[in-house]
Design a protein around this ligand. Structure first.
Ligand code: TRP
Length: 327
């Protein structure tokens, strides 16, 4: 039954409450892929340690993220949700895989170079260099065929493919070569025009209520050439227009016209946009509140997901040890 379906492995680092960038860039995609595939949803809590050794928030951040996953429609009965750190086999497979890739290959990883630049790191943990090796273990443990990712993660999927090939050539065919499935939606930028991120304080959270959304949108950057209310604006360079495109699609023709002609000022346009975002997020927020009330069942969902994931992981590790003639 499940065996005939292709396997999708999706993962996220536990950053706490998620934002509308996650919704548009990843979660909507995850939900739409639930039907025809066997999905596994991994909370990459070990990966969170690569850039921050502080573990105090990780559990709570994992739970907040899980609540958002459930609120947008991830069905844990169809698709196990689990924390990477609770499946010890990930550490074991990571160690084996770490022998099958060179340090120079990992040093060439463009995502790593980007992170070093963005976070202004002057040293690099051994485990940070090995970030994609752990990710390969995440994906291949469940014999993932497809990995829904943003463009920035494609180099990691490529490394997983190389490791799978290398393992299979050395020890016999155990793993598929996973493929990245890039989200077709364009990315939503943050309120200041940079990448949307909670730590940059430029994100609209899925859990934000209408007033919060209004207050946040008031600070959003618009066309810098539209200074006064009646100046003609350029929707195609305006961040708020990109939000309208996503959350208010039936009104975009009018809004474009109003903006370009100068009839619609930014203040009013932002208000309209806030109302539509709040409306779109309302069902998610309501489900979120409901789910949050029952902390026990959230724990049960994790326990069940982890039990299922562990069983698959143990089976894979048996195959791995057998192929390697270990034990
Ligand atoms: N590297 C991913 C990120 O930073 C998170 C992640 C960890 C992941 N393991 C994964 C994504 C497995 C997909 C599959 O966003």
């Amino acid at each position: 039954m499940g065996q005939l379906k292709k396997v999708i492995l999706s993962g996220m680092r536990p950053t706490g409450k998620l934002h509308i960038g996650h919704l548009v860039g990843a979660l909507e995609n995850w939900v739409s892929l639930q039907g025809g595939y066997q999905n596994y949803h991994l909370i990459a809590d070990y990966h969170a340690l690569t850039t921050n050794p502080n573990t105090k928030q990780i559990y709570q951040n994992s739970i907040e993220m899980l609540i958002d996953w459930l609120a947008v429609g991830i069905d844990p009965k169809q698709s196990p949700v689990f924390r990477q750190s609770q499946i010890k086999e990930h550490a074991e497979l990571h160690l084996i895989f770490s022998m099958l890739i060179t340090t120079s290959r990992l040093e060439r990883n463009p995502s790593l170079k980007e992170q070093v630049r963005d976070l202004e790191l002057d040293t690099l943990a051994y485990g940070h260099l090995g970030y994609p090796v752990l990710q390969a273990a995440d994906i291949l443990m469940y014999k993932g065929n497809l990995v829904p990712v943003g463009e920035d993660q494609l180099p990691h999927v490529e490394i997983s493919r190389e490791i799978a090939r290398r393992f299979n050539a050395e020890y016999g065919s155990v793993f598929p070569e996973p493929e990245g499935k890039v989200t077709t939606f364009s990315r939503l930028s943050g309120l200041d025009g940079r990448k949307m991120s909670k730590s940059l304080n430029n994100a609209v959270l899925l859990s934000d209520d209408e007033d919060t959304i209004k207050t946040k949108l008031r600070t959003a950057v618009t066309d810098p050439l539209k200074v006064r209310k009646n100046d003609p604006g350029r929707p195609d360079v305006c961040l708020v227009f990109s939000y309208h495109n996503k959350f208010n699609p039936t009104a975009v023709v009018d809004i474009r016209q109003g903006c370009e002609s100068g009839a619609l000022g930014c203040v009013e346009c932002k208000l309209k946009c806030s109302t539509q975002i709040a409306l779109a997020l309302k069902p998610i927020r309501e489900r979120r509140t409901q789910i949050e009330r029952d902390q026990n069942s959230i724990r049960d969902i994790l326990t069940d997901g982890e039990r299922l994931a562990r069983a698959v992981a143990q089976k894979t590790m048996n195959e791995v040890r057998e192929a390697m003639a270990l034990g």
